[in-house]
Design a protein around this ligand. Structure first.
Ligand code: MLT
Length: 271
C-alpha cells in the first residue's frame, strides 16, 4: 500500500492502473479490502484509488473528539486532500459504499468541482431515526469494553444475504475478520460521526454529474426500495439491483458489481 501525509493524518491507500481516476470509499467497520474484486477488474482500464479511511485498515485514527467522533465531512475532506497530495487534477469517478456513501454525499456537497461521476452503493440519504442513533451511541460508549469481535457478532448477520451464510463461508469469514481487526476507538469515532450525519435528501435533485445507484437485492440495511427512491430523486440516475447479494454486494456478487461499474464508466465515454 502507499501512504500520503495530509495536514492532520497519514492515509494509506491503494493506487493501481492508469487512466480515469476512480476512487472507492469503503463502508463501516471495514477497509479497502472490501473492494478487492473491483480493484482487480477496474485497474485494467482506470486508475483506481482505494483509501483506508482514518482509523480503518492501515490508516491511523489521529485525533478524534471523543464526544463528536469523526464527521462524514472530515472523511470527505481527507479524500479531497489525498487527491491533492497525489496530484490527481482530473475529475474523479467517486464510488461510495454505505458509510463511504455518506462520505460521498459530503464530497458532492463540498468538492463538486473534483467530480466527474458518482456511484452510490448500498447507502442512505436520510439521517438516522432516533432509535438508530441511540443504538450507534450505545455502541460508541461500550465498544472499548465489548471489543471488536462482539461488534462483528452484532453487525455481521445484517450485512450478508441468507444465501451467503449457507453457501459462501469465505465471504462470511472475511467480513468477520476485517471487523475484528478494526480498533474499538475507530468504531466509536465513526459511529458518533454517522449518528450526527445530516439528512441529504434535498441534495439529491441538485446532483449534476452522471450517477449510478447500486443495491443488493437482499440488502437489509439499505433496502432496494430506499435506494430506488434515491435514484428517482437524482436527475438521470441509473439504477442496478444486484442479485444474490445482501448489503455486501461488492463481496457477495463481485462480478455483477464489476459489470455495473464497468458499463457505467464506459458509458461516460472517457478513455
Ligand atoms: C456500512 O456498511 O458502512 C454501515 O452499514 C453503515 C451504517 O452503519 O449505517
Amino acid at each position: 500500500m502507499n501512504s500520503a501525509k495530509l495536514a492532520t493524518i497519514e492515509l494509506s491507500y491503494i493506487d493501481l492502473g492508469a487512466g480515469t481516476p476512480v476512487v472507492l470509499l469503503h463502508g463501516f467497520p471495514l477497509d479497502h479490502t472490501m473492494w478487492d474484486a473491483q480493484i482487480d477488474a477496474l485497474a485494467d482500464r482506470c486508475r483506481v484509488i482505494a483509501p483506508d479511511l482514518r482509523g480503518f485498515g492501515k490508516s491511523p485514527l489521529g485525533n478524534a473528539d471523543p464526544q463528536r467522533g469523526i464527521s462524514m465531512e472530515r472523511y470527505a475532506d481527507d479524500v479531497a486532500e489525498l487527491l491533492e497530495a497525489i496530484d490527481i487534477r482530473e475529475r474523479v469517478v467517486l464510488v461510495g459504499f454505505s458509510m463511504g456513501g455518506y462520505i460521498a454525499w459530503q464530497f458532492v456537497r463540498k468538492h463538486a468541482k473534483r467530480l466527474r461521476a458518482l456511484v452510490q452503493c448500498d447507502t442512505k440519504a436520510k439521517a438516522d431515526s432516533d432509535e438508530a442513533r441511540a443504538l450507534r451511541l450505545k455502541m460508541a460508549d461500550h465498544v472499548a469494553e465489548w471489543g471488536s469481535a462482539r461488534v462483528a457478532e452484532m453487525t455481521g448477520p445484517n450485512m450478508l444475504a441468507a444465501s451467503s451464510f449457507e453457501m459462501n463461508s469465505s465471504v462470511v469469514e472475511e467480513v468477520r475478520s476485517v471487523i475484528e481487526r478494526t480498533s474499538p476507538a475507530a468504531i466509536a469515532a465513526a459511529q458518533r460521526g454517522m449518528a450526527a450525519r445530516p439528512d441529504v435528501t434535498s441534495l439529491l435533485p441538485t446532483i449534476k454529474v452522471p450517477t449510478l445507484v447500486v443495491v443488493g437485492a437482499e440488502d437489509a440495511i439499505s433496502p432496494p426500495q430506499e435506494m430506488r427512491a434515491i435514484a428517482d430523486a437524482i436527475p438521470g440516475c441509473q439504477f442496478v439491483e444486484i442479485p444474490e447479494a445482501g448489503h455486501m454486494t461488492t463481496m457477495e456478487n463481485p462480478s455483477a458489481v464489476n459489470d455495473a461499474l464497468l458499463d457505467f464508466i464506459k458509458g461516460l465515454r472517457i478513455k
